[in-house]
Design a protein around this ligand. Structure first.
Ligand code: NAD
Length: 216
């Protein structure tokens, strides 16, 4: 169905992003992977997806907190894979702390990676999507784009921001063949959530299973 299209999926070395990359590759799209991790494991993942789905798969180690690296990632995808038709803004991090204890640098990092990266990537891909009058932009927000939880101020603010950005881009592209949507997942057991479970077990001196029940 997506044969000949190219997709960038940010944060696709793990969790939800990897699942999305697999689904897009399975539908025939060429892929630009992104995210952190062990270089040899990422190369094995890249080569494995290319073989499994018979599509071209590239990798960019761009740090989503750096706008220049985001623009480099889009340039690399365009040069190596022929253009960017689909952008999935998925990379994200979490930090859990009360507002008065929330470290300034964690606030800045969560806003940069979970919100500002979406803006920089969209800005970088829109001109070429407009020139082809086709594009699909999918921002992975969260139920925390709609409701709040205590101790997640930066994450909740960023995800609410993602929904606002999504609506604005959707309006600005409404008369074109480009769509911009957000998805608001609930809990998915990925490394991002496992860390919160492990931290709570350690903090409260309870088992990992008990921490899982308490968190959910
Ligand atoms: P994860 O920790 O499994 O994966 C995060 C990915 O982002 C990894 O590939 C990681 O390397 C990458 N990443 C982190 N910082 C980066 C940076 N600075 N630059 C580039 N890549 C970076 O997390 P996940 O649970 O799969 O989360 C993916 C998205 O889904 C996030 O936006 C998250 O907020 C959202 N989400 C997750 C859940 C959940 O319950 N897991 C629920 C709702 C929304």
């Amino acid at each position: 169905m997506l044969k000949g299209k190219t997709a960038i999926v940010t944060g696709s070395t793990s969790g939800i992003g990897l699942g999305i990359a697999r689904a897009l590759g399975g539908a025939g799209a060429n892929l630009m992977l992104n995210g952190f991790g062990d270089a040899a494991q990422i190369e094995a993942l890249r080569a494995g997806l290319a073989k499994e789905f018979g599509v071209k798969v590239g990798y960019s180690g761009a740090d989503m907190s750096k706008s220049a690296q985001i623009h480099d990632m889009v340039r690399k995808a365009t040069q190596e894979l022929g253009g960017v038709d689909i952008l999935v803004n998925n990379a994200g991090i979490q930090h859990v702390s009360k507002v008065e204890d929330f470290p300034d640098d964690r606030w800045d990092a969560v806003i940069a990676i979970n919100l500002s990266s979406n803006f920089h990537a969209i800005k970088a891909v829109l001109p070429q999507m407009r020139s082809r009058n086709w594009g699909r932009i999918v921002n992975i927000a969260s139920v925390h784009g709609l409701v709040a939880s205590a101790e997640k101020s930066a994450y909740v603010a960023a995800k609410h921001g993602v929904l606002g950005l999504t609506k604005t881009v959707a309006l600005e592209t409404a008369a074109t063949g480009i769509t911009c949507n957000a998805i608001c997942p609930g809990w998915v057991l990925t490394p991002l959530v496992q860390k919160q479970i492990d931290d709570r077990a350690k903090r409260d001196g309870i088992s990992v299973d008990q921490a899982k029940v308490k968190l959910l």
